[in-house]
Design a protein around this ligand. Structure first.
Ligand SMILES: Cc1cc2nc3c(=O)[nH]c(=O)nc-3n(C[C@H](O)[C@H](O)[C@H](O)COP(=O)(O)O)c2cc1C
Length: 115
C-alpha cells in the first residue's frame, strides 16, 4: 500500500457539506481540517496537505484541555456522560469554498471527538 493510500485511510475524506452549501466558485483544492493535541494528527494532516496541495485549517476548543493526561481523560469522561460538546474557535477557512474536506481527529476515550 502506498503512502497516499495510507494517508487516505488515516484521515477520513468526506465530501463537503450538502451541495447546496458549496459555493458555485468552490475550489477543487481540498481543505484539510484537523484537531490535534500532541501533534500526531497535525503531522498526518501536513502529509496530506503536501500530497494534495490542499489548504490546512486547525480546529481548537475555545477553552484548552488540561496538559495533564489523566485530568484530560477525567474531564472528557464527564463531558461525554452529559453529552457536552466544547465550543470551538472559529475556523480560519470558509468550508463553503471547498468541494472536498478531510477531517482528522485523534482517537479519544475510545471514539472520535464528536465535535
Ligand atoms: C484524553 C485522551 C484520551 C485518549 N483515548 C484514546 C483511546 O480511547 N483510544 C486510543 O487508541 N487512543 C487514545 N488516546 C491516544 C491518542 O489518540 C493518540 O495519542 C493520538 O496520537 C493523539 O493525537 P494528537 O497527537 O493529534 O493529539 C487518547 C489520548 C488522550 C490525550
Amino acid at each position: 500500500m502506498n503512502m497516499k493510500a495510507l494517508l487516505m485511510i488515516a484521515l477520513a475524506a468526506v465530501g463537503a457539506a450538502a451541495p447546496a452549501a458549496v459555493a458555485a466558485e468552490a475550489t477543487e483544492k481540498p481543505l484539510i481540517v484537523y484537531l490535534s493535541r500532541t501533534q500526531n494528527t497535525a503531522a498526518v494532516a501536513r502529509m496530506i496537505q503536501q500530497q494534495t496541495g490542499g489548504d490546512l485549517a486547525e480546529l481548537d476548543t475555545q477553552t484548552p484541555y488540561p496538559q495533564n493526561y489523566r485530568a484530560t481523560v477525567e474531564q472528557v469522561r464527564r463531558e461525554n456522560e452529559r453529552g457536552y460538546l466544547p465550543p470551538l474557535k472559529p475556523l480560519a477557512r470558509d468550508v463553503r469554498a471547498y468541494r472536498t474536506i478531510y477531517l482528522g481527529f485523534p482517537t479519544g476515550a475510545c471514539s472520535c471527538r464528536r465535535r
